[in-house]
Design a protein around this ligand. Structure first.
Ligand code: NAP
Length: 252
């Protein structure tokens, strides 16, 4: 049974894995047997060191996910290096906070470009390669609690992450028949750079913690298991679903 969860021989692309959840998922996928192609804005030195320490295989590609040429570059480098691609984790994401009454067009466009436009076009480039290979494949998009809820003072983030859940369903509908499983993980409140401002705000931090049934902020390692599951054959009949990994936040 456990063989179904093994990623041995698989090539996994993870965007934005120099830190945080991307780093956690890259390590978990590698520990489950995959070789990792990490796409980052700059050399992910900490991740490279952690991978080396554990004897895991990691290839770094420098790419800005807001650049429309990034997807082709990443796929080409991955195929040149490892001969194929099997798993894509669309993790790179940014957040901008301001009252909606004064939210800027730049903060709207920057967030939408990285959080949803790149998710679609990266998935498209990946799927074109997989169809050429004729092999099964798994895409995991990183959604959010704000795929389900409205949030506050993060309008472009809410718009982009709500769209991630919708596009996950749409791509699953189109590609399930080709053996490409498209699903998403919606992390709850996790202790990473993304939530640093919230955790430093004593009042907001207390409010948030008080609502999490598990009683703690999530850690990057908490989404490793769900990521391995959704990247593996064990999830082969799961299509278009967004799994919350939130310590019970949405159940509350
Ligand atoms: P993070 O530590 O800020 O990580 C975000 C990652 O995306 C970093 O590696 C960052 O690189 C990369 N990135 C940003 N813009 C990029 C671009 N243009 N091109 C390439 N890479 C880019 O935050 P995180 O919490 O781990 O976030 C990972 C994902 O989880 C995001 O999609 C986020 O929205 C989502 N998420 C997080 C939480 C949470 O509570 N933390 C909750 C729900 C969803 P740099 O470090 O070089 O900027």
């Amino acid at each position: 049974m456990l063989e179904l969860f093994s990623l041995k021989g698989k090539v996994a692309i993870v965007t934005g894995c120099n830190t945080g959840l991307g780093q956690g998922m890259a390590i978990s996928l590698a520990e489950a047997g995959a070789v990792i192609v990490g796409a980052n804005l700059s050399e992910p030195t900490e991740t490279i060191a952690l991978m080396e320490e554990k004897g895991l295989t990691f290839h770094s590609v420098i790419a800005d996910m807001s650049d429309s040429e990034a997807p082709a570059k990443i796929i080409t480098e991955a195929v040149n290096k490892f001969g194929k691609v099997d798993i894509l984790v669309n993790n790179a994401g940014i957040i901008r906070r301001a009252d909606s009454i004064e939210f800027s067009e730049k903060d709207w466009d920057d967030v939408m470009n990285v959080n949803i436009k790149s998710v679609f076009f990266m998935s498209q480039a990946f799927a074109r390669q997989v169809l050429r290979q004729g092999t099964p494949a798994n895409i995991i998009n990183i959604a959010s609690m704000l795929s389900f809820q409205g949030g506050i003072r993060v309008p472009s983030y809410t718009a982009s992450k709500s769209a991630v859940m919708g596009v996950t369903r749409l791509l699953a509908n189109e590609w399930a028949k080709d053996g490409i499983n498209v699903n998403a993980i919606a992390p709850g409140y996790m202790a990473t750079n993304n939530t640093q401002a919230l955790r430093e705000d004593a009042e907001r931090s207390k409010e948030i913690l008080g609502r999490i049934p598990a009683g703690r902020w999530g850690l990057p390692s908490d989404i490793g298991g769900p990521a391995v599951f959704l990247a593996s054959e064990a999830s082969r009949y799961i299509n278009g679903y967004t799994v919350a990994v939130d310590g019970g936040w949405l159940a509350r």
